[in-house]
Ligand binder design. Structure first.
Ligand code: SME
Length: 163
């Protein structure tokens, strides 16, 4: 499925008010993981700014032990502080990296902004080296923008949803 079709399908999922917000995000994770060969693990982390921690939300792929990640730690924690997307061609070349699975070779993390505040991120791991490009970044930015609109419009309180 091409990226515009993926954006269209994600929109339909995110617009389905019969599902809870996290049910919708889980369906978006499943869609991306199924449709993109190199997306082996797809998940969301949400920031608890008071504690400077990221908390795992919906995901598709193998369960991870890393349900809470301090700001600054790993690729995800660095993005929580930098507010910049991070495309990692080779995770083994990174000093500050948290391995969720030994099979992972590359990773992309794209921040989720709601009204200019970095409230979390989408994190994708690939078992293929150098799997991510600017096209993936653009796709994930578009999806995160749609998610941000849902959070804003439906006044979703993420802190009530995370552990
Ligand atoms: N690799 C991430 C940790 C999250 S797992 O990939 C699910 C990191 O270095 O922050």
């Amino acid at each position: 499925m091409n990226n515009s079709k993926l954006i269209e399908q994600s929109f339909t999922i995110l617009d389905d008010k019969n599902l809870s917000f996290f049910q919708r995000l889980k369906k978006v994770c499943d869609l991306l993981q199924q449709e993109k060969n190199s997306y082996d693990w797809v998940g969301f982390y949400f920031a608890k700014h008071s504690e400077k921690t990221l908390h795992l939300g919906p995901f598709a792929g193998e369960p991870t032990d890393h349900k809470v990640i301090p700001f600054g730690k790993g690729i995800c924690g660095q993005v929580a502080e930098s507010n910049k997307n991070f495309l990692v061609e080779d995770v083994n070349a990174q000093d500050n990296y948290i391995a969720c699975s030994l099979n992972v070779k590359s990773e992309i993390v794209v921040s989720l902004f709601v009204n200019d505040q970095n409230i979390g991120q989408i994190d994708i791991d690939s078992n293929t080296a150098n799997a991510f490009s600017k096209d993936d970044e653009a796709l994930l930015e578009s999806i995160n923008k749609m998610i941000a609109q849902v959070i804003d419009k439906e006044n979703i309180q993420i802190l009530d949803l995370i552990e």
